[in-house]
Design a protein around this ligand. Structure first.
Ligand code: C2G
Length: 131
């Protein structure tokens, strides 16, 4: 039984998020998702996500290929989460390419290509321009 872990904010949930979670799930038998807390986002981006942590967790938990969800409180705790959830493989989008290689050899690390032409930031920009 292979356990996969991935992390993300999953704000303004879109098809790029579905695609990475669906592909991550195919690498094993059990998919665990760390959803970044509102405070972690604030510390990184100096703004809170549009969707609350509670709503983002509810959306990700509702997906049929997601088995377990927890709150990611800090980027520096990756290894602790990997160990706590007994993950065999860490999957991330390739915007993070190389950034989490330091968790090897605790687990395998795979970076998957991002879905082109869609992001939360772009959606927010487009919506802002609508009159
Ligand atoms: N993603 C993707 N294609 C897109 C947009 C996002 O494959 N068009 C992927 C990202 O590469 C990431 C996941 O979806 O693996 C979640 O993306 P974000 O919500 O932007 O998460 P992020 O803020 O990058 O994660 O430990 C990492 C943190 O949790 C932050």
């Amino acid at each position: 039984m292979k356990r996969i872990i991935t992390f993300g904010t999953f704000d303004v949930f879109h098809v790029g998020h579905i695609n990475i979670l669906e592909r991550a799930a195919k690498y094993g038998d059990f998919l665990i998702v760390g959803v970044s807390s509102d405070e972690l986002n604030y510390s990184k981006k100096k703004r809170y996500p549009i969707y609350s942590q509670e709503d983002r967790i509810k959306i990700v938990s509702s997906l049929e290929f997601v088995d377990e969800v927890f709150v990611e409180e800090s980027l520096d705790l990756k290894l602790d989460y990997i160990n706590a959830y007994k993950a065999d493989v860490l999957v991330m989008g390739d915007d993070w390419d190389g950034k989490f290689d330091w968790v090897k050899p605790a687990c395998e690390v795979i970076y998957l290509p991002r879905t082109p032409s869609i992001s939360t930031t772009e959606i927010i920009e487009v919506v802002k321009m609508i009159k």
